[in-house]
Design a binder for this molecule. Structure first.
Ligand SMILES: Cc1ncc(C[n+]2csc(CCOP(=O)(O)OP(=O)(O)O)c2C)c(N)n1
Ligand SMILES: [Mg+2]
Length: 282
């Protein structure tokens, strides 16, 4: 990717991180870890890859972006707000009564959210259904779906994988957030993936593209462009870090965090300083 473009996407990723923190801070606690691990991939999707129009969120030929790991909703809201779907401040109401921004993504509530998710395992099935529906209607758009590595313990993920390969859904691209951690520990301790998630998708007949640093916008972008050229569904395996970029969370890999007032102030300061340093070097 051209260097200026790459820097712009890195900047966008940092803006997504800062806004995600502000959104979760409005509630006081939430899923910082799993939101931060996908911030860079969201930047690549919303900044470069997706054919979407914030003024016409339901346009027929749009690309879809589905958060099967729905608990990372705040990161999605940050990306959508920065893209112009709604004033970002509206999302500083996370989980409030009558808020349009629940902690887990809901298509009936939030502009730009394509499918309702949160019950792990279901989003990838919904995404496969959407990809088949588009294919049947001759719509050439792509469906991108984020799946967590803990989520991939769900049997339903593999039913969807079998279905997508059977129907040759080459416009379905799963981004597997392999951050190595789930709710209460490492994936290896809680429920290991045998020969690995990549080997499983391969066995189910998917194209598998590994991204060594799943928090690197250049690598992610190359992988997604390659995935678009493949026949059949593709799994882009993002080797990421849970809590990436937020020291307080990164050092423990915590799933859900309830920082103190002082810890919040420290996290926001860190994110703002990083953003200012990046803006200065542009
Ligand atoms: C069916 C279902 N079971 C349990 C949960 C509770 N839950 C929310 S997140 C999570 C862990 C998910 O781990 P992973 O997919 O690795 O998420 P990430 O590390 O990306 O945050 C669990 C068990 C849920 N949302 N849905
Ligand atoms: Mg995980």
């Amino acid at each position: 990717m051209e260097e200026t473009r790459s820097r712009e996407l890195k900047l966008l990723a940092q803006k997504i991180r800062l806004e995600t923190l502000k959104i979760i801070a409005s509630r006081g606690n939430g899923h910082i870890g799993g939101s931060m691990s996908i911030a860079d991939a969201l930047a690549v999707l919303y900044g470069e890859v997706l054919n979407v129009d914030p003024k016409d969120p339901l346009k027929k030929d749009r690309d879809w972006c589905v958060l099967s790991k729905g608990h990372a909703g705040p990161a999605m809201y940050a990306a959508l707000g920065l893209k112009g779907y709604f004033p970002i401040e509206e999302a500083y109401t996370l989980n409030d009564y009558r808020s349009h921004f629940p902690s887990h993504t809901d298509r009936s509530l939030t502009r730009g959210v394509d499918l309702t998710t949160g019950s792990l395992g279901q989003g990838i099935s919904e995404a496969a259904g959407a990809a088949l529906g588009n294919k049947m209607q001759g719509i050439k758009s792509y469906v991108y779906v984020f799946v967590g590595d803990g989520e991939a313990d769900e049997g339903q993920v593999w039913e969807a994988a079998q279905f997508a390969a059977h129907y040759k859904l080459d416009h379905l691209i799963a981004l597997i957030d392999e951050n190595g951690r789930q709710l209460d520990g490492s994936c290896d301790e809680v429920m290991s993936h045998g020969r690995g998630i990549a080997a499983k998708f391969d066995a189910f007949g998917w194209n598998v593209i590994e991204v060594k640093d799943g928090n690197d916008v250049d690598e992610i972008c190359d992988a997604l462009l390659l995935a678009k050229k493949q026949e059949g569904p593709s799994a882009v395996i993002l080797h990421t870090v849970k809590g990436k970029g937020v020291t307080y969370v990164e050092k423990t890999g915590a799933h859900s965090s309830k920082p103190s007032k002082e810890e919040w102030a420290e996290m926001l300061k860190e994110a703002k300083e990083k953003l200012a340093a990046m803006e200065g070097s542009l």
